[in-house]
Design a protein around this ligand. Structure first.
Ligand code: MGD
Ligand code: MGD
Ligand code: SF4
Ligand code: MO
Length: 744
């Protein structure tokens, strides 16, 4: 009950005699750069940041931070960061006033829509949107005023499968269960590298410690990954898997669960309602896929698969967790479905130490629609939309392919799709053809350089924060409000202010109620919406005013069983929706019958000092050896005559890049890896540090036609490529010399 929340567990009220107290020089907040929600202490002297450290009193992160936290300072101080709107002219970029910029953007949008129709104007929402309180709470007003159906976002090169599964099974796209890492005895991690990424759809600060703790309590951590990652290095066990064959492994595991008699009908039925008929069907779902039949394609021996299943099922508690490596490949949706099914039929859903539903203080599920799949299809590639967004792989075609509905104008909000989506070169060309483009960004990036006008918001330290998104995926329930650290300059604007001021210009005929709501937020700020969210939330009595008293945040307790209340279907039953997924097995059987194991497959990777495409302008995060390398196994290197440290030409169906080889047995033979987010050498980018260590963009190799056909999600892992050693000038001379000799 609320009383215990405020009075017992949370001793770190800033009003108490607390050594780690907020004063003029000490500020407590939550880092918003990734999903981990670390509490930080910023020491500062007026407007100058002196240090950023972990906040030991933060009940969620307990002092942990990663090296990226300091980037909040670098970002704030970066001379390349835009602090006012700019317009592209024939003489280069020119500073313009906010009023002029917003008037011109409104006119640009209206002009395209008048000439070609509403849907000829496209919108892309990038990842930082979900890390931005004001943005999250007001983006609907921007979208509502642009009134286009041509919407895209980073979701479809990321977590789209998770949303579709949650919509089908639990009745809401955001009702996503997360691993109870703090209490599990057995964690099976497939295609996630939380030691580099700090976790995804699993908000948990300090995963290194959490995984070590599992092992220390005699539990087990098993990692399945084509690369022996930082996470694999500290796991109990690691298995290489051939990229994009996880679906076969998971089918074999499901088959084994039934064959070995571990399917727990009764437990799955417990609070989860009457699953019996569908659970029966799951027994047949994977029947054709024995461990023996998938061993050679996946690269994991049948005995190992059987043992993994046995240990998973016999552990006191266990959870199967799977992320980017599996979500963003050709069988992303079916694979993630199987992960969920494995958790369900082994009785791990909604169980302590299993896969559990968070209960955030602002209940986003309650405040948003459930989502829908395939109401419309994209014009050119006929791909299904999800919740009103078409897959990103459809974006460039929609701009390039002539005909009614062709995109002629575009708005990119906190995104850099030229570097972050497949076939970036094609998109780069498509953006250049547009009649009008606006970017909301504080840098001139590979994408925003195409804009006619760039609208830059304030820096992260100039705004307040409450994590509306990631509390929804948190492995422990907490709530924390971070106030503004530095007052924004008078002529700077928050993302939400830009949205609302543009909405006002675009949507003069909006209903009175909408207009009133917009006015109210403009006057009171998004804090007012946050307060409403807290008041309507599950922790009775929690208001923003109360929350503000706890500068380190409030501990709302460990995850609790939430079924059947968590289910949003009317009948409060889980719906396994078997037909939809069973249909996709046809594609899997094609793989089984015609698998080409001679292909070299490309996968991605993340580094703890990176953040997609946009922290490469921080010297502290980029100094040292270049990280943009092609990792490959010594055997693969030898077969292609490739030497460590030398250049390699990598070719895919859509493009070619030349990149330095890093030969390492971390990679499975036959697999190569390039991190995404590099490729800053394009003309017109204005980020000096990033440009000086430009690297190449892996998304100039990834293919916009290589997708998960069931969901429309991009498939950037498991891209077929060919390799060719680039002879250096020295070697060229040697070769010439040898040839000369031969001729002589
Ligand atoms: N090959 C390959 N491609 C991938 C991935 C992969 O693993 N492999 N990962 C994918 C994933 S998971 C994701 S989420 C996407 C990310 O894709 P995107 O979101 O398109 O790319 P980001 O690099 O995050 O670019 C964010 C942009 O927003 C700007 N920005 C940062 N903060 C703010 C803010 O508060 N307001 C505004 N207005 N702008 C801001 C930054 O300067 C930057 O230009 O990339 C995907 N692309
Ligand atoms: N430092 C840092 N942190 C980040 C980000 C960042 O760019 N840098 N980005 C943030 C974002 S937007 C996201 S979505 C999260 C993502 O967080 P994670 O899901 O943890 O993403 P990755 O670190 O890319 O880990 C994916 C793993 O899948 C493996 N993999 C690739 N292909 C396959 C395959 O076919 N099968 C299997 N089983 N594994 C495969 C890769 O080798 C890699 O180890 O990270 C977030 N945190
Ligand atoms: S792990 Fe994520 S939230 Fe924590 S300090 Fe690093 S970037 Fe910030
Ligand atoms: Mo992401």
């Amino acid at each position: 009950m609320i009383k215990s929340i405020f009075n017992d567990k949370n001793k770190n009220d800033k009003n108490k005699n607390d050594k780690n107290k907020a004063d003029e020089q000490t500020h407590f907040r939550t880092c918003n750069l990734c999903e981990a929600m670390c509490g930080i202490v910023v020491k500062h002297d007026g407007e100058k940041v002196l240090s950023i450290k972990g906040d030991k009193d933060d009940p969620f992160s307990q002092g942990y931070i990663c090296p990226k936290a300091t980037a909040l300072q670098d970002l704030h101080e970066d001379p390349d960061r835009l602090r006012h709107p700019i317009e592209r002219t024939s003489d280069g970029w020119k500073k313009i006033s906010w009023d002029e910029a917003l008037d011109k953007v409104a006119a640009g949008i209206k002009s395209v829509q008048k000439k070609y129709g509403k849907n000829a104007f496209g919108v892309y929402l990038g990842n930082p949107n979900v890390h931005n309180l004001g943005g999250m709470l007001t983006i609907k007003h921007l979208l509502g005023s642009v009134k286009t159906r041509s919407r895209f976002s980073a979701t479809s090169i990321d977590q789209l499968p998770h949303h579709i599964i949650s919509l089908h099974l639990f009745g809401h796209m955001l009702r996503i269960p997360v691993p109870d890492v703090n209490r599990t005895q057995h964690m099976l991690i497939i295609g996630g590298n939380p030691l580099a990424s700090n976790g995804s759809i699993m908000t948990a600060a300090n995963m290194r410690q959490k995984l070590k703790d599992i092992k220390a309590r005699d539990g087990k951590v098993v990692v399945i990954d084509p690369r022996r990652t930082e996470t694999a290095d500290i796991a109990s066990e690691h298995h290489f898997i051939r990229p994009a064959t996880d679906v076969l492994l998971l089918l074999a595991m499901l088959n084994e669960i039934y064959a070995q008699g571990y399917a727990k009908k009764a437990r799955a039925n417990n609070r989860a309602a009457d699953l019996a008929p569908e659970i029966e069907r799951m027994a047949d779902f994977a029947k054709g896929y024995s461990a023996e039949s998938v061993a050679s394609i996946t690269g994991i021996a049948a005995d190992e698969i059987k043992r993994m299943v046995k240990e998973f099922c016999e552990a006191e508690s266990s959870v199967c967790y799977s992320r980017m490596g599996v979500s963003v490949q050709e069988f992303g949706l079916l694979s993630q479905y199987l992960v969920m099914i494995i958790n369900i039929v082994t009785g791990r859903l909604d169980e302590i130490g299993g896969l559990m539903f968070p209960n955030p203080a602002v209940n986003v599920v309650q405040n948003t629609g459930p989502g829908y799949l395939g109401k419309r299809h994209s014009r050119v590639s006929n791909l299904p939309d999800f919740n009103g967004e078409y897959p990103v792989v459809a974006m460039a075609d929609e701009m390039l392919e002539e005909g009614e509905g062709q995109l002629k104008g575009f708005m990119c909000v906190a995104g850099n799709p030229v570097l972050s989506t497949p076939n970036g070169e094609k998109l780069d060309k498509a953006f250049a053809e547009l009649e009008f483009m606006v970017s909301f960004d504080y840098y001139v990036t590979e994408t925003s350089r195409h804009a006619n006008i760039i609208l830059p918001p304030v820096s992260a330290l100039e705004r307040d924060h409450y994590d509306v998104t990631f509390n929804g995926f948190a492995t422990h329930n907490v709530a924390k409000y971070s106030p503004v650290l530095f007052t924004k300059p008078k002529d700077a604007k928050h993302d939400w202010q830009i949205y609302l001021e543009l909405a006002e210009r675009l949507d003069k005929k909006a209903p009175l109620a909408t207009k009133a709501e917009r006015k109210l937020i403009q006057k009171l700020g998004p804090q007012f919406v946050l307060d409403q969210g807290l008041r309507r939330g599950p922790y009775y009595g929690l208001t923003l005013r109360k929350l503000k008293k706890y500068s380190h945040g409030i501990d709302l307790g460990p995850l609790k069983p939430m079924l059947p209340e968590a289910i949003k279907h009317k009948d409060q039953q889980i719906n396994l929706n078997v037909d939809f997924y069973e249909a996709d097995l046809a594609r899997v059987s094609d793989v089984m019958t015609s698998y080409d194991d001679s292909q070299i497959l490309l996968i991605g990777r993340r580094h703890v000092r990176s953040n997609n495409s946009w922290l490469h302008n921080s010297h502290r995060l980029t100094k040292g050896k270049s990280r943009c390398t092609l990792m490959l196994h010594p055997d693969t290197a030898k077969a292609h005559d490739i030497k460590d440290g030398k250049e390699v030409k990598v070719t895919s169906r859509v493009g070619v890049v030349t990149i330095v080889a890093e030969v390492t047995d971390e990679l499975m033979p036959g697999v190569v890896s390039i991190p995404h987010g590099f490729g800053h050498g394009r003309k017109g980018v204005k980020q000096k540090i990033a440009q000086s260590n430009a690297g190449v963009s892996v998304n100039d190799l990834t293919d916009d036609t290589l997708i998960d056909k069931l969901s429309g999600n991009a498939a950037v892992n498991g891209v077929p490529v060919t390799l060719q050693a680039v002879a250096s000038a020295e070697e060229d001379n040697e070769t010439t010399a040898i040839n000369d000799k031969v001729v002589a």
